[in-house]
Design a protein around this ligand. Sequence first.
Ligand code: NAP
Length: 204
Amino acid sequence: MLFNFNSYKYARSLHRIYSRVHLNMPPKLELIAAACENMGIGVNGNLPWRLKAEMAYFTRMTTNTRNKNKRNVVLMGRRTWECIPEKYRPLKDRINMVLTSQSLNYGDDAIACKSILHALDVISEMQNEVERVWVIGGSSVYKSAMESPHFGRLYLTRIKKKFECDTFFPSIPNDLVLIEDSTVPQGIQEEKGIEFVYEVYERR
Ligand SMILES: NC(=O)c1ccc[n+]([C@@H]2O[C@H](COP(=O)([O-])OP(=O)(O)OC[C@H]3O[C@@H](n4cnc5c(N)ncnc54)[C@H](OP(=O)(O)O)[C@@H]3O)[C@@H](O)[C@H]2O)c1
């Protein structure tokens, strides 16, 4: 056969990965969020729900790496950082980065960055240590990341119930389409009588 579509796709992904490493480009931004039916993500500086399995999914996705010598970045807004209970801060086995316009110093716990581009510059400098870059909220950080040319994927847990919220996931651009990812549990999940589904989106 002259042209094999699968090998073409394989060569294209290899080229993409190789170019990113070769040009010292940071990995793409991967967003992870959980939203309820009214697209709420938070209330009073907290999650509106307590779902252990969903939290374990967040931890597994953001922590696991293929290369055991690398770690993932978790990139978040200042308020999301402050919402993490102190005993769980910084999120362990991950490089914590916090976006803020203020001159804040988190010492060894986290790297403060002035913008997403600033964060990506810092990540480029530690390319050999970083595998994936997870954007973990909140609202405006998700929005900027989805609009960024560095956007890669959105991992969105859809919680099939309405909760009272004061913070919301931004509208999802029309050119994002659902894709499959073999590392994501399929079908309807359930905990404490609350149903939820793990979805993954990529730009068309
Ligand atoms: N369900 C979920 O998946 C999920 C995920 C994350 C968070 N949450 C919830 O969401 C709420 C917190 O989110 P939030 O939207 O209120 O706040 P946030 O996005 O975490 O933090 C906002 C702050 O981050 C900084 N910031 C944001 N974008 C920036 C940028 N491009 N450049 C520089 N600094 C930037 C600014 O800090 P300065 O004011 O210091 O400049 C801004 O005031 C909590 O209730 C939390 O529990 C839910």
